[in-house]
Write a protein that binds this ligand. Structure first.
Ligand code: B12
Ligand code: SF4
Ligand code: SF4
Length: 463
């Protein structure tokens, strides 16, 4: 077996489910970096300023590791069998918390209608099963930690097989200035879909990505669209026919022409030029996005994205987006869950992952709303949820309570209207007004309102 073959075998043995190699030309700029610059220029990164700061490095891997010649793209499957749209485990709203009504509406619907607030649970897939919904990855120990352990071991394999020193490679999971999805696509680990996700023909949308930059010259893998074999519905690989290859080319050309006619033409055309041929005519993800954050195929406006709003945003969730958050308390998987490529998803091996069945998914919404700093650290300290901090999670839980008509939580929501954090107070006021309606809300909020001095929170009493 070649040394590259042996490397692939050993890395798989460490728990990486997909292992592919990409070549970095000397001084090469990533061809899609133009698209990334436009994305930043349009402000689609919201307030994630760290993306701007690393922009130059993201375009030039040689600035991340001088003399880098190859990139090793690694995927860790976190698929779970039998989980469909909106079925992510989560703290199900118990009947008493809903005031004994269905989570899809009941008191929440009538109260918000009475308050004149548009409330359309049917527009939110998360309402289908009732209860709060956590992004799947929140149900594992923080993948940054567990995958990093695998990367450390992978470095040792490189040293052993190729005799390189620690300074000859650098690894990242998420945190490095590397466009992981773009490089993964180039290495044929999958393709970038209209939902902006790297989709694997082996694992669907459920792959974490990690990279190792190295000065080694590794034999590069071909991008999927250049591959001669094609995965068919049965899951088998078949040789691509000439007709299929021609159709792919035609689809790409048509998509490029269509994109050129849209307002975001420059961004979309550059994206379409390389792909979406694996999506074909499908646009399910774009249609399902609860906040219309996928503004063009493969172009995500983070400012509208529930994942950004519930994880990265430290401040107020814009009022116009709160309803779209639905019951999603942390992150959002909608555009990934609806993707038909998930029919190839497989149950995770779990070597570099650690499921936490007693964690987020075990808490009811009321228990989340009642979290203390100590309990938050205990439940979430080792999970990715710690990123939002307690105040961020309380803010999100208030929005979920408001959206799901959690009348059984009104007492704790009214208490949160006097919380130390103005962001929590503001969202608690919104939730109480939405759930209790104009007749009951003023009484529940009377004391908090009398003490309130913050203009942003006061605006929630008026809105
Ligand atoms: C910032 C960030 C976010 C932001 C912005 C997301 C975004 N679309 O850019 C927010 C907070 C919204 C977010 C949300 C999520 N994220 Co995130 N996020 C990142 C992070 C740290 C940087 C991404 C980035 O640079 N974005 C800028 C945009 C412009 O770049 P991009 O989407 O990567 O696209 C480039 C390439 O795809 C390239 N490209 C190359 N070929 C092609 C071909 C086509 C056709 C197209 C369109 C583009 C393209 O062009 C682009 C610009 O150069 C990465 C980790 C990393 N270092 O890459 C994780 C990452 C992308 N996130 C990940 C995940 C899992 C999520 C969520 C599912 C989490 C959740 N459940 O809530 C959602 C999914 C949202 C979505 N549909 O994208 C995974 C994705 C895994 C995968 N299989 O794709 C990553 C890779 C983390 C990881 N280590 O696994 N995320
Ligand atoms: S993560 Fe959710 S909000 Fe963000 S683009 Fe996907 S479906 Fe839309
Ligand atoms: S849902 Fe359809 S359009 Fe969206 S990424 Fe999947 S195949 Fe592509």
């Amino acid at each position: 077996m070649s040394r590259c073959g042996e490397l692939r075998r050993r890395l798989r043995g460490l728990g990486f489910d997909a292992v592919r190699f990409a070549r970095i030309g000397p001084g090469e700029a990533w061809p899609m970096s133009e698209r990334f610059s436009r994305w930043l220029g349009a402000g689609h990164h919201a307030d994630m300023r760290w993306l701007e700061r690393g922009a130059e490095k993201r375009a030039h891997p040689g600035l991340v590791l001088a003399g880098a010649r190859s990139m090793i793209l690694l995927g860790v499957n976190y698929g779970r069998a039998g989980r469909g749209l909106g079925q992510s485990a989560g703290p199900v709203l118990r009947s008493a918390e809903r005031g004994g009504v269905s989570a899809a509406g009941g008191a929440g619907v009538s109260a918000s209608r009475a308050a004149g607030v548009a409330f359309r649970p049917e527009s939110n897939p998360a309402f289908a099963v009732g209860g709060a919904v956590w992004a799947r990855y929140a149900l594992y120990s923080d993948y940054h930690d567990t995958i990093k352990a695998g990367l450390v071991a992978a470095g040792r394999v490189l040293e052993e097989l190729f005799g390189v020193a620690g300074a000859d490679y650098r690894y990242y999971v998420d945190t490095g200035p590397v466009l992981e999805r773009g490089w993964a696509e180039r290495a044929g680990l999958g393709f970038v879909g209209k939902n902006a996700m790297l989709i694997s023909p082996e694992f669907g949308n459920w792959l974490f990505l990690a990279v190792i930059l190295t000065r080694l010259e590794l034999e590069p893998d071909a991008p999927l669209w250049r591959a001669r074999k094609w995965r068919v519905a049965s899951g088998e690989y078949q040789e691509k026919s000439a007709a299929m290859a021609a159709e792919e080319e035609a689809t790409a050309a048509a998509a490029t022409a269509a994109a050129a006619a849209t307002a975001t033409a420059a961004v979309a055309a550059a994206a379409v030029a390389v792909g979406f041929r694996f999506c074909g005519k499908c646009e399910r993800c774009m249609a399902a996005c609860p906040t219309a954050a996928l503004i063009a195929p493969g172009v995500l406006d983070a400012r509208r994205c529930v994942s950004y709003q519930t994880i990265e945003n430290r401040g107020m969730i814009p009022r116009g987006l709160r309803e779209g958050v639905g019951a999603r308390i942390y992150g959002c998987d909608v555009c990934a869950e609806v993707c038909p490529w998930n029919r190839f998803a497989q149950e995770a091996r779990g070597v570099l992952l650690e499921a936490r069945e007693g964690g987020a998914g075990a808490l009811s919404l009321r228990e989340v709303l009642e979290l203390t700093p100590g309990r938050f650290a205990e439940v979430f300290g080792k999970t990715p949820v710690k990123r939002v901090k307690l105040s961020g999670l309380l803010r999100n839980a208030c929005v979920v309570a408001g959206n799901t008509g959690a009348s059984g939580c009104l007492d704790v929501l009214a208490r949160l209207a006097a919380h130390a954090s103005p962001v929590v107070r503001a969202h608690a006021v919104w939730a109480v007004r939405r759930v209790a309606g104009p007749d009951r809300a003023p009484g529940l909020l009377e004391a908090a309102r009398a003490a309130e001095r913050d203009g942003i929170v006061l605006a929630e009493y008026e809105g």
